[in-house]
Design a protein around this ligand. Sequence first.
Ligand code: PLP
Length: 613
Amino acid sequence: MADFEHAYQGGTAPSFAAMEPLDFSHYYSRTTVARQASSMKDFYKYFMIPGIGNLAGGLPNRKYFPYDTLEAQVAQPSRWVATPNDPNALAEKLAAASSVKKKKSDTSAPIHMTVPHGAKSSNPLTKIDLDTALQYGTAQGYPPLYSFLRQFTRDHLQPNIPYKGGAEIILTVGNTDGFSKTLECLSNPWNPDHDWIGEREGILVEAFSYPNALGAVRPRGLTVTPVAIDGEGLVADGPGGMEDVLANWDTSLGKRPHLLYTVTIGQNPTSGVLSLQRRKELYAVCSKYNVIIIEDEPYWYLQFPSAATLEAMARGTTPPTPVAHTLGKSSGYPYLDSLVPSFLNVDTDGRVVRLDTFSKTVAPGCRVGWITAQPNIIERLLRITETSTQQPSGFVQSMLAELVMGPQVSLEEFKKKSRDDQASFSGWKMDGWVRWIEGLRGSYERRMQRMSTILDDGQFYVKQGTPNKAADSEWAVISKTQMYSFDWPRGGMFIWVKLHFETHPLFSAVPAQRLAHALWIFFTLKPYLVLVSPGAMFSPTDEIREAEGYKYFRLCFAAVEEPEIERCSNSFANAVQKFWTIKSVEDLDRIDGDADSYEAQPELMDLSSIMGC
Ligand code: PLP
């Protein structure tokens, strides 16, 4: 693993006396154990020798790359106004601070950025150009971007990793790829036709979980076991909690699970944000049963300090007392310090594999992310990467590197430049990168506030009646029926709405699942025209799908444009109101019939595949 040290620029190892991470090699899959370092990749270090005539590598000639430069107009890091980190900040202040209207200052103007064909630098960690980025490279990732992210991770994002030497990173093609490689590394596929049940491995997941992750696990034949969740996320103790599931494991199903897959911030779909205290409790259980924690965190940066306070204000309840979650060393940025720390920061054993991605902070089409874990696990992931993706696309890596690091010119070169050139793009740097994600948090927080406010107002079906039919009656009886409920999301991009079908007039006439299905169709019809994700999609087991899944819908406030949030939220609330006035089963049949007319509308033909039906 000494390999990593040569590529490391910046970043300080923790200074306190720390223990080596534990050895988890007994969990490596058979193929992972058998992997050898790629002899091809081993050659790359020799390519760097100045003046070497390289007849060894099967590399295409860089002059024949058809791109002379990559150029882009890019945002300034302060384009979006950030929201306060303080949960006690007043609502008005929040609304004002998070306004997405562009200020009449030049912070919203784009700036021009160029990745040159060939840069002069001989240092691979600072040389950002197409000659290197579009060539074959090392599996850790493009050296300049790798070194930036390593420094970001070790010094700022995860400054309190307790084990000796701290964590290492490897770049991925996003978290989907990161998870797939982690599974490949740490689990053996199991086939019921060929393999003994005693060899079947397993994974624990949240009681509602991200479908794509489940889709990666299931074909490997692992047992998928849900763990109970509450508003925060995974529960450590009590019925269905981590301890309960692991202590009472039924070995006739296979081995006790040694993996946990969890999304701890802005959980998809429930939006939970797992507190530091809960992390410590869960970590203790994972240590006791030797479980590896795979923490998938695309929404990490979207933690909303205003949510609990605004929810309490909207509902006339007492705002909760904010809980401090600092762990020691500061990240150097008040915004990052204000976020709940990752499991990595309580990871004394080295049992946490954390997945980060640019998908939600830059763009999903980037297909770049990184894994953070103890060095031995990263080394095995490196071996898997060498013979699979090799590394993310050089186009994207160089664009990202240029964006955050800027042109890497020497002081002499810089002095030679004209004044205009000197004033041009110099890269976001670490401060700009942190400011960018802080601004994104602000923008999404405001969307969350809008949607939550509208949905809050529409939760009840209010009926006014007079107790006696006398026209001159001076008083009326108001009855309030709760049709749905939800928590204001503390993080992420979703509102997880629970429908109270037990209050619907047809509840005793038809199965609740039928009501849920009809309501989902009803949303998509005119005049409502909103598409939401049914909770069934996120159910890890058939039992949860049948018993619980139908009660929930997931609404994403991130993708639609600002005015659409208002329309869609009102449409959702209005559709539910109207649906609660339906009193005959024939009307439900008619809604189902309306869904059949989708067949005639080509643009809706794909709906059933989105729904997984
Ligand atoms: N993990 C979770 C929990 C997600 O919600 C998503 C995207 O929605 C992903 C992973 C996909 O991440 P990536 O685009 O980096 O593969």
